[in-house]
Ligand binder design. Structure first.
Ligand code: UDP
Ligand code: MG
Length: 325
């Protein structure tokens, strides 16, 4: 039998006061079971990351961490977004944990998949993806847009494990490699497969949100998708070039058509074709400039190297230091 290892479970939380008590209870149950099975050490921790919540999320985390040895938390100084919160939690946890699981706070991902991930880790996998085998509980709109998005990403040549979100286990070493990717525009789903190492998958059924509402409105979803595409692929820029050539071809065709018309004496014609070309070209140019602008914007935010998150308080590290004394 292998030695028990220290497990960290990172849970990003943004205005999650309604689900936290249940999430904490469920994860504590999972951790206690794993401790009893001598798979993980009894100083393993849940790390709730408060991503600048406006409700009672942090007071609840603070309170739970006093009552429950398994619970700890990291408080960010403001809202940094789901991906930033995940990274903050992984940064703290991977300092002393041998493996880190990341899971959403709303219990949509099945906590019972965590023991399976732990088994895969013990068997030698360094990255274990949680893959959902149904999306019945997501709205048809969310399901269709997500599916189209993943297809598009695949077509652009970005490797993403289909139907996997941010529910996964990573070894300490894999976490360190992940943290060495310094980009500000975070799209972890695209970065994790680039980390490499031995990986495996654990399947689970995705459930309804336990309580509260989605913290990903359409606006955030679109931004996330755009980040995913423009951080990983320059195909859109290349497509513009193709479009340019296509338009030049059409122009040549139009030119020939106009000359023929002129030869036949139809000289007054041309007003409509001219207006159409002006509008069509204007539109195409604006779209092209905006795509390039998107990339220039990316460069702009990347070169500034701004911090991706700022920690205000880190109960995880406080507890770890205390326990090591
Ligand atoms: N979340 C976060 N910061 C944000 C938005 C969301 O930490 O700015 C967390 C949220 O608390 C949840 C997870 O990210 O634990 C996923 O969000 P949600 O469940 O609302 O997204 P959905 O499942 O609807 O895509
Ligand atoms: Mg959710």
């Amino acid at each position: 039998m292998t030695e028990p290892f220290k497990l960290g479970i990172v849970v990003p939380c943004y205005n999650e006061e309604e689900v936290l008590p249940e999430t904490s209870k469920e994860l504590t149950r999972i951790i206690s079971n794993l401790v009893n099975e001598h798979k993980i050490t009894n100083n393993s921790k849940i790390v709730f990351v408060d991503d600048g919540s406006k409700d009672k999320t942090w007071p609840i985390i603070d309170e739970f961490s006093k009552q429950n040895d398994f619970v700890s938390g990291v408080k960010l100084s403001r809202n940094f977004g789901h991906q930033g919160a995940l990274l903050a939690g992984v940064t703290s946890a991977s300092n002393s944990c041998d493996a880190v699981v990341t899971i959403d706070a709303d219990l949509q991902d099945d906590v019972n998949a965590i023991p399976k991930m732990v088994d895969e880790f013990i068997a030698g996998s360094e990255v274990v993806y949680g893959v959902r085998n149904n999306r019945d509980t997501d709205s048809a709109f969310k399901r269709d847009t997500a599916e189209a998005f993943y297809k598009f990403m695949g077509w652009l040549g970005v490797k993403i494990v289909p139907d996997s979100a941010d529910f996964r286990l990573m070894s300490k070493r894999a976490c360190k490699v992940l943290l060495s990717y310094q980009e500000t525009n975070l799209f972890l789903r695209g970065i994790v497969p680039m980390v490499g190492f031995k990986s495996s998958k654990v399947f689970y059924a995705r459930k309804e949100r336990f309580a509260g509402t989605s913290k990903y409105p359409l606006r955030k979803m679109l931004k996330f998708a755009m980040d995913g595409i423009t951080s990983f692929s320059i195909v859109p820029i290349k497509m513009i070039m193709g479009l340019g050539f296509f338009i030049v071809l059409i122009t040549i065709g139009l030119l020939i058509y106009t000359l023929i018309q002129k030869a036949q004496g139809n000289v007054v014609t041309g007003w409509s074709s001219m207006m159409i070309s002006i509008w069509a070209l204007g539109g195409v140019q604006l779209i092209c400039i905006s795509v390039i602008g998107e990339y220039v914007g990316k460069i702009f935010s990347e070169v500034k190297r701004r911090p991706r998150f700022t920690i205000e308080r880190d109960i995880y590290t406080e507890k770890t230091i205390k326990e090591e004394k």
